[in-house]
Design a protein around this ligand. Structure first.
Ligand code: PLP
Length: 378
């Protein structure tokens, strides 16, 4: 299908850009001598994950059991479920393992660790669990020097649960925007996770995997001694938030929303689009960064950027395209953006925008596209 024929709004993936992003990350991992386990929550799309595996990825990271079930059904069996598991979900995790899925769980507290151990004992099942380490105060995890680290390790180890490794996600990297700061955080993430593994090993608990990563720290890491694998997700498509962090150019962004101009408010300098927040998502991640891209950066249908314009407002199904300078009204908005004109809007946050759509239209270099399904839910 040609771009002009696709009904709007629609989520487009530029395949050439995506392949370039995949190759860039994999080459960096190969240089650093670590395995790469992509986080597939960004796209939830088997076609994308096949491209990541073809490039050299080993195993995947998921954020929901639904992703684990769907990707296992599609043939991926090495899966890290990187959200601390709610005990009520253990029967689904067990069902996956009994079908042959090498599913690894994550915990960061003694209560969840005990629940896994008790459930395993009750059902004669062996689980593999990785302990989540907090290396930057971003979200969850146990800090490397905390006593709880060894307490959780012992609960698992002494009750028949395999401690497969430690993992951390330095998500505070999204708040940075200099190479120097990113390199320093990547080193902090590495050193903290390696230290946690060392403490467990010194306590007699084997801890084979040391897993780190976010897109900014993965790309900034200068050395990863002691680390066995890296995880990253959004790098595969990139977005405006990542551009502001400084890890991609605008023309690396592989995801855009195809939209049609449906009207104007000429006196205000607005063109109205049929892509509102239902298409772009409510994510305003760039609002706290150096360059606020509103709800997205408009481009022509062929991907050429339209500097000086932004999607400045969004209702559910209406987007407002206007000048980036709030005080400058575009006097010829109706001529520049005639009704029926199609545009591509680069999103703030690729994971959030992709989640608004049941499928991607994957666009090939010749302008033709194919449909790639993605799934939703938990
Ligand atoms: C546990 C975990 N690992 C890895 C990632 C990947 O981060 P990014 O999308 O920045 O690559 C995430 C993202 O939220 C995550 O939660």
């Amino acid at each position: 299908m040609k771009l002009e024929q696709i009904e709007t709004p629609a989520a487009l993936i530029d395949i050439a850009r995506m392949q370039k992003n995949i190759a860039r990350m994999q080459a960096h991992m190969n240089t650093l001598g670590v395995a790469f386990r992509p986080h597939v929550k960004t796209t939830k799309c088997i076609d994308v994950v096949r491209a990541q595996i073809a490039a050299g990825a080993r195993g995947i990271t998921v954020s929901t059991l639904k992703e684990a079930e769907a990707f296992f059904a599609a043939g991926v069996d090495d899966i890290l479920y990187a959200v601390s598991i709610a005990p009520s979900k253990l029967p689904r995790a067990l069902a996956l393992r009994r079908q042959g899925c090498d599913l690894k769980l994550v915990v960061d507290n003694p209560i969840a660790a005990s629940a896994i151990a008790a459930f395993g004992e009750q059902h004669g099942a062996t689980f593999e669990v990785w302990i989540e380490v907090d290396t930057d105060g971003h979200r969850s995890g146990i800090t490397p020097e905390q006593d709880t680290l060894l307490e959780v390790g012992r609960i698992l180890h002494e009750n028949g649960v395999k401690v497969g490794g430690v993992m951390t996600h330095a998500g505070s990297s999204y708040e940075l925007n200099t190479q120097e700061a990113l390199v320093a955080l990547a080193e902090q993430e590495r050193a903290g996770c390696v230290r946690a593994a060392q403490r467990l090993r010194e306590a007699g608990i084997a801890c084979p995997a040391v897993s780190v990563g976010s897109t900014p720290t993965a790309l900034a890491a200068a050395q990863l001694d002691g680390v066995t694998e890296v995880r990253a997700g959004v790098y595969v498509l990139f977005d405006l938030v990542m551009h502001n962090v400084g890890v991609c150019a605008l023309d690396d962004i592989a995801l855009s929303v195809l939209a049609t101009v449906i009207g104007h408010q000429a006196d205000k300098g607005w063109a109205i689009l049929d892509a509102g927040w239902m298409a772009m998502s409510r994510d305003r991640g760039t609002s706290k960064q150096a360059h606020d891209f509103g709800y997205g950066q408009p481009c022509l249908l062929n991907g050429t950027l339209l500097p000086g314009y932004v999607v400045s407002g969004a209702n559910q199904e209406h987007g407002i395209l206007s000048s980036t300078d709030a005080d400058t009204q575009v006097t010829d908005i109706e001529q520049r953006f005639p009704i029926g004109m199609k545009l591509r809007i680069l999103p703030n946050h690729a994971c959030a925008t992709g989640a608004q759509f049941p499928e991607y239209h994957a666009v090939m270099p010749d302008g033709n596209s194919v449909e790639w399904r993605r799934f939703q839910g938990w």
